[in-house]
Design a protein around this ligand. Sequence first.
Ligand code: TXA
Ligand code: MG
Length: 321
Amino acid sequence: MAFVDLKTATDLLKSEQVVALPTETVYGLAGRIDSESALKKIFEVKKRPFFDPLIVHLSTEMSAKNWTTQWPSIYDLLAKKFWPGPLTLIAPKNNSVSDLITSGLTEVALRCPNHPLIQSVLKDLGIPLAAPSANLFGKTSPTEAKHVEAEFEGRVPVLDGGPCAYGLESTVVRFDSIANTLEVLRPGWVSIKDLEGVVGTLGISVLRAESKVSPGHLKHHYQPNSPLALIFSQVDSSPLDPIEIESIQEKLSLPKRATQRLNLNSPPEQVARRLYSDLRRLSLTKEDLILAELPLDAKNDPDWTMIIDRLEKASSLVVLR
Ligand code: TXA
Ligand code: MG
């Protein structure tokens, strides 16, 4: 049952099953938002705790206002600019949105994805789809259909839409009407600068929120099967030497053997696109070590923000040298 065509995927969703669908960011494990059994199945298949809320996906023809009690006017501006696309907007939910989706929170996350296949499914269904990334909880998100198949060992039907164009999850934002700020709960392709371009002239500042604001954003997330060490080097550091690598292996209780290196020597947009597929490819066994080395300066470079966010959560150890 692994790979299914568009019609089968839509029929399965209609009959309240879950199906992995392509989006432009990562593959999502989708279920219709009006089916309690489909929503429960999403959590069960992913082994996801119920405290981690789901994003609701809309077609370009659906209105987010059907699912919310308030829709700030700046969301209209943001949706006009970035939807369909990799931006998720959080707003107060109405009673039609199940507490299962929001983990009991009063707000719901909404996004209109930009992939023709999920758009086609949504239009046919006429009902939004809840879809977290189609991976086991805490693990690396899938950016190709074969990743989903491997992750769930063929137990989940997958609609193959090719490799995801962006490769990292959407930017998640929330408007705080009291503070008059737009908070970025999860950085992504829509950057703080992009957001400022839309709301800056309205006197609204865009801030990176503390990670605790977003439930489910635990310290460890996106983890590959092999442990990852993230190394930040100061400008004048010499290259990482074998003794330093052995010390990392010791700290992680790993055997001293050859390591894998994540290639981060490309422009950030290219690195972002292949980050998750590279992490999967380099994850040979639980005893292998993957090294990700970056100059410390990258931390202050907005183009690297989304990548460093994922690497910090995916890593078992962060070293500053
Ligand atoms: O690009 C994406 O957003 C992908 C594709 C499939 O659309 N989806 C995705 O879903 O990354 P997921 O479940 O892996 O991550 C969604 C995150 C949650 O971990 C949670 O932190 C945040 O969005 N979120 C969802 N609903 C929220 C809410 N009501 N309040 C605050 N954060 C919320
Ligand atoms: Mg996820």
